[in-house]
Design a protein around this ligand. Structure first.
Ligand code: PMP
Length: 405
């Protein structure tokens, strides 16, 4: 099957709207993706027909909601090829998943232990580990990057030693689009005895990770990057790790028995799912994966690569434009600046022309510090974007640059 972008665009009602009187061109997909009607319908159906609390209810609505929620967990398990469904923990998103793991490691790390973070991380995959190091006395070390925005693997090799307990790296950088060689990183980290957490927030919309094949210890993502709703995501953890980690939050749902003397915890996955979850969000997350799998990740990757190549070629024609992040392995994210014009000024003018891009540090200040810039303009594409939209964007960008020069 090839991808029919005009058919696909009809699935996304938001793509019909105008912004500032101009047809919306949405190039802020790395921040959040848009939602197809198929997923919106699932959300409406949930609240119209079977909204209820799950797992405890004896009545029909509760059972229907529980079944749909657990069905979604199975879809996620199948999508990521986890060995067990209880290795899939519903979270509020990538940030929540990382904090859950970082909190769990508080009781497993001690002074003298080392943890490695990549120079390419989102703040979500930096700050929780810094907090962990403050709590435990472990040391945070950084795998450096080169000018192309690629990790320097020889430096990674030499940072690894018998004290390294954890390595965390994103699969794809949200600021530059670099696809990191996580297979290599996981293999090397394991041979040094360290566990690996991969932040999949940016990879999940573009490729289909196989957690067993990767042999990754933890993998996290957010549904809102994958055509699903905000406020829900998943943590995959190997069973052995999830059994070892203490619960993150206490409350209802995560217990076996409670008394004032002692509480025992529920089995996986409920041990990590305290309180009423985002039931509708979880079900819609499953529907979003169904939607994307119907299009097919091979088709998505192939099409998005053509958009990336085309946009890169066109952008490089703009006088004074510099692209940050020129890795060989890259996804459909382009970060750039034009001459000395502040990214925010360009972003504001583009918005007036109906074009949504991101400007700023993209929650990755260390990357901006590396390039000694305050921020960039970031255009990020999904399978529902078109070459025609890129043409309009380039014309608008040239106009904005002329106005600001
Ligand atoms: N990591 C990366 C690489 C991201 O792109 C994002 C979202 N911008 C996050 C983590 C955080 O995701 P969320 O805000 O959904 O928790």
């Amino acid at each position: 099957m090839t991808l029919n972008v005009q058919d696909i665009r009809r699935d996304f009602p938001i793509l019909n709207r105008k912004v500032n009187g101009k047809p919306l061109i949405y190039f802020d997909n790395a921040a959040t993706s848009q939602t197809p009607q198929q997923v919106i319908d699932v959300i409406v159906d949930y609240y119209s027909n079977y909204n209820a609390n799950i797992h405890r209810g004896v009545h029909s609505l509760s059972q229907e909601a529980t079944d749909a929620y657990e069905q979604a967990r199975l879809k996620i398990q199948t999508h990521f090829n986890a060995k067990h469904s209880h290795e899939i923990i519903f979270t509020a998103g990538t940030t929540h998943g990382i904090n859950l793991v970082a909190n769990g490691f508080s009781s497993l790390l001690k002074k003298g232990d080392e943890v490695l973070v990549s120079a390419l991380e989102h703040h979500s995959n930096i700050v929780p580990w810094q907090m962990l190091c403050e709590r435990t006395g472990a040391t945070l070390k950084v795998i450096p990057m080169n000018q192309n925005g690629e990790l320097i693997l020889s430096e990674f090799d030499s940072l690894l030693n018998e004290n390294t307990k954890l390595v965390f790296v994103n699969h794809i950088s949200n600021a530059l689009g670099t696809i990191n060689p996580i297979e290599y990183i996981i293999e090397k980290a394991h041979s040094a005895g360290a566990a690996v957490l991969v932040d999949g927030a940016q990879s999940c919309p573009h490729l289909k990770p196989d957690v067993q094949q990767l042999d990754v210890d933890f993998y996290v993502c957010s549904a809102h990057k994958i055509c699903g709703p905000t406020g829900v995501g998943m943590l995959y953890g190997k069973e052995e790790w999830l059994k070892k980690l203490p619960p993150y939050q206490g409350g209802g749902e995560m217990i076996a028995e409670v008394s004032f003397e002692k509480t025992t915890y529920a089995n996986l996955p409920h041990k990590f799912e305290a309180g009423t979850p985002n039931v509708c969000g979880g079900i819609a997350f499953g529907a979003a994966l169904d939607y994307m799998n119907t299009i097919g990740f091979d088709n998505i990757a192939k099409y998005e690569n053509t958009l990336l190549d085309y946009a890169t070629e066109q952008l490089l024609q703009v006088d004074g434009l510099k692209i940050y992040g020129t890795a060989k392995e890259k996804t459909s994210v382009i970060s750039f600046n034009v001459a000395n014009i502040h990214p925010y000024d360009i972003g504001t003018i583009l918005d007036k022309m109906g074009i949504a891009v991101r400007t700023g540090h993209h929650c990755a200040q260390p990357i901006m510090d590396f390039y000694q810039i305050p921020g960039t303009i970031r255009a990020s594409f999904m399978f529902y974007n078109t070459k025609e939209e890129i043409d309009t964007f380039i014309t608008a960008l040239k106009k904005a640059v002329m106005m600001l020069s």
